[in-house]
Design a protein around this ligand. Structure first.
Ligand code: SF4
Ligand code: SF4
Length: 148
């Protein structure tokens, strides 16, 4: 008999770390789903929501500026911290996390306990240095300002 494992994370208490990962890969099927959702041509969805990834054929989600993390998926609502296309979200988003634990959530709660601050949010990426190929133009500009 299989028993359901308890879920050890709570997305509603998280500012959506997973949606800030710089390399969120998108398949053609994902683009077609987004195009249907917004009722726009596939090519327009590809252009509006995706950008070149780290290999020749890869496409990844575009990012927008984000108050908390500096940068986040262009389809994340910056205020509610929820996905604006939940029912049409890409397959990689549907599959995360793939078990009862979420590493981001454990990092978040560990840092909050450690800092004794229930609101604390540690940033997980050092953009654009970690992913120079994926940095948005404004992320490169911000980095110049930060390091000036
Ligand atoms: S990082 Fe984990 S806990 Fe936070 S929104 Fe994503 S799946 Fe949920
Ligand atoms: S499409 Fe939605 S779930 Fe996926 S990364 Fe963007 S905001 Fe998050």
């Amino acid at each position: 008999m299989s028993r359901k494992l308890p879920v050890l994370y709570d997305c509603l208490k998280c500012p959506s770390y997973c949606c800030t990962y710089p390399r969120i890969p998108i398949t053609r099927r994902d683009v077609q789903r987004l195009a249907r959702h917004f009722d726009i041509p596939e090519e327009e969805a590809r252009r509006r929501f995706t950008k070149p990834g780290m290999s020749r054929r890869e496409r990844v989600m575009r990012h927008q500026r984000d108050e908390i993390f500096g940068s986040a998926c262009t389809l994340l609502d910056p205020k509610t911290r929820l996905c604006t296309v939940h029912r049409a979200r890409p397959s990689v988003c549907r599959g995360h996390p793939d078990g009862p634990r979420c590493g981001y959530y454990e990092f978040l709660t560990f840092e909050r306990r450690d800092q004794e601050d229930p609101e604390f949010v540690a940033r997980a990426y050092n953009l654009p240095n970690e992913f120079p190929e994926l940095a948005e133009p404004w992320e490169r500009e911000t980095s110049k300002v930060d390091s000036a």
